[in-house]
Design a protein around this ligand. Structure first.
Ligand SMILES: Cc1cc2nc3c(=O)[nH]c(=O)nc-3n(C[C@H](O)[C@H](O)[C@H](O)COP(=O)(O)OP(=O)(O)OC[C@H]3O[C@@H](n4cnc5c(N)ncnc54)[C@H](O)[C@@H]3O)c2cc1C
Length: 404
């Protein structure tokens, strides 16, 4: 059982503590058989995610992905609950974390901006695991630079006609529906984008091209060739696409940090256990001060990441409003720290650390993409830096006193 002392921090209430226990029990009993053979082939990866979503739904654990009125656990999307779920699943399996995360990321635009009929039609099915969700923003020439998007949606009688191509789309080929961002206006860049709810069976949608990545992850390209969707498929208002995407990321960047935190905790647990058990030069590896220094640095990075992640989640849940700065800090620090923690864990394991099938080897592959998606670390640094400058300029007056 992992160290759960952080649940005593003032960010959490009893509901969070009981959710954490529920998640731990599910991960201990129900998850291991679902993961069997998951890495055998791409087909196996897709099948595994489908199984995990169905079982998470049955267990009632996907309720963290939607508000209470649509089958969720709390009145509004609760970022702390999402983070606890991702951290707990992430400690056990990146794929299990991914399965839950996509139900949240792919449906949050509906929870945050959908009309009542759209919420009723999609959210209960996300919560019970009968519908799989996807979030289609990126394109081959519009990743970090969302404003370079070229996919278009044009109103044509009683429908919208979507043309273009999205890539790096998680759950492509598996999802029941996609939240698709497309250009509807003539305004350049991030202006003139809108969001649409698109059924996977919509005529003209092709999600058959898969992308094989470093760690198991259903991922692919989604093409829209005169793809027709009903006139009422738009989410929010015309031109709100960028706001919808960024508001969703405001919630989900903290949760990417929490997944990284789960990976890092697992790496530290594995490394500490190995160092205690491994004997070298006549004593346990853990008795060497160099090893203890490594474990100390890993533990400090983990606690610092946890504080940033749950500070951001608590701020969104309790204070409200946009948390762009807090969420960017949480994702940036937690993912970069997890990469370092996992690398040290592999080092502590020596040769065994790079053997396929070892937990630290899997974590080494699983962590990498988290520093790229939902805002690469460079993008997050730019966001945080601009917030610092903005705040300093607003305070402007508070002119520094270089002379002390
Ligand atoms: C496993 C995985 C899952 C994904 N799932 C989804 C999904 O479900 N939906 C979706 O829409 N997208 C998804 N993505 C796409 C992801 O969001 C993009 O990969 C990401 O935004 C980066 O875009 P890019 O790959 O085009 O890289 P680019 O935009 O080409 O950036 C390349 C690199 O340039 C650097 N960089 C970026 N901006 C700057 C800057 N201003 N200054 C200096 N350097 C910079 C960064 O290091 C970045 O990694 C996923 C990606 C991966 C790998």
């Amino acid at each position: 059982m992992a160290d759960k002392s952080f649940l005593g921090w003032p960010f959490f209430d009893d509901g969070h503590r009981s959710l954490s226990g529920e998640l731990e029990r599910w991960v201990g009993h129900s998850l291991p058989p679902l993961l069997e053979g998951a890495e055998d082939s791409l087909d196996a990866v897709y099948a595994c995610v489908r199984r995990i979503v169905a079982e998470l739904g049955k267990a009632g654990l996907l309720r963290v992905c939607v508000p209470r009125a649509y089958g969720g656990g709390r009145e509004n999307l609760d970022v702390r609950s999402l983070c606890l779920a991702r951290e707990t699943l992430g400690r056990a399996s990146g794929l299990a974390d991914f399965a839950l995360a996509m139900q949240g990321l792919g449906s949050a635009p509906i929870s945050l901006f959908g009309r009542e009929d759209q919420k009723q039609a999609f959210l209960p099915r996300v919560a019970d695991g009968s519908a799989l969700a996807a979030f289609a923003l990126s394109e081959s020439n519009a990743g970090s630079d969302v404003g370079a998007m070229t996919t278009t949606a044009v109103r044509d009688g009683q429908s919208w006609r979507i043309d273009g191509s999205k890539t790096w789309i998680s759950n492509a080929g598996l999802a029941t529906f996609y939240v698709v961002f497309a250009r509807t206006g003539k305004e350049p860049g991030a202006k003139g984008l809108s969001a649409f709810l698109v059924d996977a069976n919509a005529p003209g949608l092709d999600a058959s091209e898969r992308i094989d990545v470093i760690a198991p992850h259903p991922l692919g390209t989604v093409r829209f060739n005169s793809c027709r969707v009903p006139a009422d498929s738009m989410l929010g208002q015309p031109g709100e696409g960028f706001k919808i995407a960024m508001s969703t990321l405001d919630v989900f960047r903290s949760t990417v940090g929490s997944a990284a935190l789960g990976f890092a905790r697992r790496a530290l647990d594995e490394a500490a256990a190995r160092a205690i058990q491994r004997r070298m030069f006549g004593r346990a590896q853990s008795e060497f001060q160099l090893t203890q220094a490594k474990l100390a640095d890993m533990a400090v990075q983990i606690d610092a990441a946890a504080l940033l992640v749950y500070r951001s989640a608590w701020t969104k849940d309790v204070v409200g409003g946009r948390v762009t700065r807090e969420a960017s800090m949480a994702k940036l620090f937690a993912t970069e720290a997890a990469q370092q923690v996992i690398d040290e864990a592999v080092q502590i394991f020596g040769g065994l650390g790079v053997v396929r099938g070892m937990a630290v080897e899997r974590l080494y592959r699983e962590i990498r993409a988290l520093r790229i998606y939902e805002g690469a670390s460079e993008v997050l640094r730019l966001i945080i830096g601009s917030k610092v400058v903005e705040a300093a300029a607003t305070e402007g007056a508070a002119s520094p006193n270089p002379a002390g």
